[in-house]
Design a protein around this ligand. Sequence first.
Ligand code: PLP
Length: 400
Amino acid sequence: MTSRNKRPDYKIGDIETRLSHAGMDLSGERQVVNPPVYHASTVLFPTLADLRQASDSPFDGLYYGRFGTPTQRALESAYAELNGAEGCVSVGSGLSAITTVLSMLASRGQHMLVADNVYDPTRKFCDGLLSGWGIETEYFDPARPDQLAECFRKDTAGVFIESPGSMTFELTDVPAVSAICRAKDVPLVLDNTWATPLFFDEYEHGVNIAINAATKYVVGHADALLGLITCDATWYRPVRSAAIALGQYAAPDDAYLALRGLRTLALRLTQHEQQAQALCHWLAEQPEVQQILWPAWSEHPQHDIWQRDFTGASGLFSVLLSPVSDDALSAFLDNLRWFGLGYSWGGFESLVLPMNPATCRTAKPWQQEGVLLRIHAGLESSEDLIDDLAAGFERMRSYS
Ligand SMILES: *Cc1c(COP(=O)(O)O)cnc(C)c1O
């Protein structure tokens, strides 16, 4: 457990070393490398005095299963150590991490500034429940931080961004937005699921609260849902309290799977990046491909920001195809051998999904013609993946 007064061993060791050792507690009787998986609701106290003492600081020790056990604590402290966050709160899904933070930040009559390219369910939460609670959301162009300062109001409670957006991959200049937020004394929240702390260090770039849908790369095997929220010193306690108040909780088996996934995250991300690189190179040669939307691609409109702020690129990107009929698109997608057609990403297996950003944009409408395909480059051989795509393009061409 990250203590409030003593920072964890902040950035001691390279990231690969920290991934292997973070959150490991071999104190006391423990000699086993990994933490036990506690399936717990009730925690028993030997005496009334012990029960009262535990009630005084329920976040810190063992109190009641919903507050977490050494299983969730091991994951939380490991993840917080990666980027030197003050603390980490684990919850049941990436979306619940987002809704917990948004519910905590704003109250009735206040205003939130949200980037136009956020994950669509984030937007639905803002336009649905938050709006019903009397909190107004204003969307801004993620690529134009210069326009952001004038959007602030006296009652602006927070700024929420996702960089890159996980559908259209615009980047936000986080240091620029952070400077504006600091001047206005408003917290900056980043959904950092795409880069993870390995490829984008949130706290070095002035973020106050960072969200990771650990369902994706941290778990990495498409077998659990989990959300991780890290915070700076100001926001750790409020976020922890909000998660408890909302009944948020990460199931112990899923927390264990996430901790296991964390140990190999650097290896997997490096491989996902190389795969994406190989696929983008091949895709760029196809006549139907109008644009590659991957920040590491040199023609990405904000490639310079990626080069300045990121230390790598993960394996999720989109390609914009010239317009095709629905039948042609189905012929491509229905018969792929290795690419699965389905939601989520970050697992070992490759996925493809058609996207329509036009339905979830307001600040900067999506006006590109054509079909946007989002691809998650998995860990298969890149030759096999390219062969699969090539066969798909051939099937699609036979329709035109
Ligand atoms: C998938 C995703 C989420 C939500 O995660 P779940 O665990 O599926 O709830 C949030 N943000 C981004 C960027 C995502 O891709």
